[in-house]
Write a protein that binds this ligand. Sequence first.
Ligand SMILES: *Cc1c(COP(=O)(O)O)cnc(C)c1O
Length: 372
Amino acid sequence: MSETYVTQPSLPPLDEFVTSLEQIWSSKQLTNNGPFHQEFETALAEYLGVPYISLFCNGMTALQVGLQALKISGEVITSPYTFPATTHAIYWNHCTPVFCDIDQDTCNIDPEKIESLITPKTTCIIPVHVYGMPCSIDKIQRIADNYGLKVIYDAAHAFGAKLNGASLCSFGDLSMVSFHATKVFNTIEGGALVTHDEKLKKRVDYLKNFGFADENTIVAPGSNGKMNEVQAALGLLQLKYVDEAIEKRVRLAQIYKEQLTDIPGIRILDAIDGSTPNGAYCPIFVQELAYGKSRDQLYEILKEESIHGRRYFYPLISQLAYYRGLPSSSPDRLPHAVAAADQVICLPLYASLDPEMVERIANIVRNAAASG
Ligand SMILES: *Cc1c(COP(=O)(O)O)cnc(C)c1O
């Protein structure tokens, strides 16, 4: 039997990409803000409905540069229920992550618990739109405004998702998007920062190119986060097909929802009011007592059937050896994050997944509950 993994990248027709590659080969411009980069940046800003966007080689570098661009220092309040990149970017900027618990209904940072974590050293909040579900944007912004904090969204999961019609990548002082192969929209590796004013975009663009403002002027100690022409050319093609891919994902997620909805001990997340989903992930939460099996038992049962779910996000980032000693990492301060990390499995979900496979996977989850 063939293996089914948690995701599979969408790719455009190969002949279209070959045509783009031929253009790159003849122009000999491989990187450094070439024609494909410029065209992709413009097309992407238009697609997302955002004023400015800067392309990057990957999402983590974008986040690191975003923290530099806003001169973030001291303490940064963030969620432990995320991919390591969120916290590592804080660490690489010599800031201290301060972990805030999540809301169990959304798996996003709990806005009611942010204020009690603010100290005189706090400069920034980095919430994550986990699974492409919107954070409490208004509440978070109100807190940030009251205390003079910056907000940088980790919108790595959020491409194509919307809140009240606006792209989920358009909020905060900055939003970071990832175009990694495992994401809804990919350029193999890639990412972007969304900004809202020209001055900040300019600063971001200097910082992702060693600080070069022009040939002889290096205005800041920048990094190298540039997206190359091959990535940008692929991105331009991907953009033509992404709506169709998202539509398919959302339809499959709906089938999962219908099939999994009444299994005792299996919790699925409800959509948030006003949100348009992007079908990025299908997380289920296994409540062992009611389900009769543990999350890890179900994970292994699926694996025996050649279904490879992923425990996104486990382990909890606050439990990693180098973050565990922080006062905010104490598990009793993070009960909902601990529970989610212990219960979650993301089931396979991608545009080319067969709807019958979705039903088969849901049946395995259902039958595993009943079997002894
Ligand atoms: C994928 C991901 C990142 C990192 O993005 P890369 O493009 O792989 O560097 C950051 N945060 C979250 C939540 C992610 O899922």
